[in-house]
Write a protein that binds this ligand. Sequence first.
Ligand SMILES: [Zn+2]
Length: 251
Amino acid sequence: MLKLPRKAVSCYCCQGDINTGVPESDLQDAEPDFKGMSRIGYDAMAVGNHEFDNPLGVLREQQAWADFPFLAANIYGQNSGERLFEPYRIFNRGDLKIAVLGLTTKDTAKLGNPEFISDIRFTDPVAEAASLVPELREQADVVIAATHMGHYVDAAYGINAPGDVTMARQVNGLDMIIGGHSQDPVCMAADGTTVTGYQPGDVCMPDVQNGTLIMQAHEWGKYVGRADLVFKDGELRLESYQLIPVNLKKK
Ligand SMILES: [Zn+2]
């Protein structure tokens, strides 16, 4: 989630995996979640792997409950060869055009319910970004990837599919990657190492790779990630970044 200041230009993103985990929500196919998110005012959502714990029909119903788009550039119908979701959306905010591109971990092919994904193909999100970002750069002032791919420090993704750091290093032209899936409070120290044991209120800076800011606001709605940026002379500059705790109890 991020906020662009001056003239109150803002853009709110969700990083997916709305489905599965809370019984009260699961029993209702996450209807309260999507309706609540719509009331909060999300602009867009990246599709997560847990969205494929249910049949595609449930996901289509969820799209109808939400008044924001579900974005994924790398999910296709196996037979149709057509994308199953909008790949990106361009928002006009004040004088700015902000492109938000959605990407989902290729591991969804392994993590989703096999019963429901046999007709679905998950392509390489890094390759999709490499082909789409140049055209988005021509159409928009700011290009953001809303991803569900994971943040792996120094691109050490191990047995997982490549994540945000790999993409930032391989794809030029992304201003920001707002990610999820690895469930990290992505906080880097001034020397580029990761801050471990992050506690609410600690200073937190995004990862920066190849000029791309990479942010992630941990998991389960614990934080609202807020980035304030200034866009001037065609350049985007980060002014401040915070993970704002939700329901933080004072001790
Ligand atoms: Zn996930």
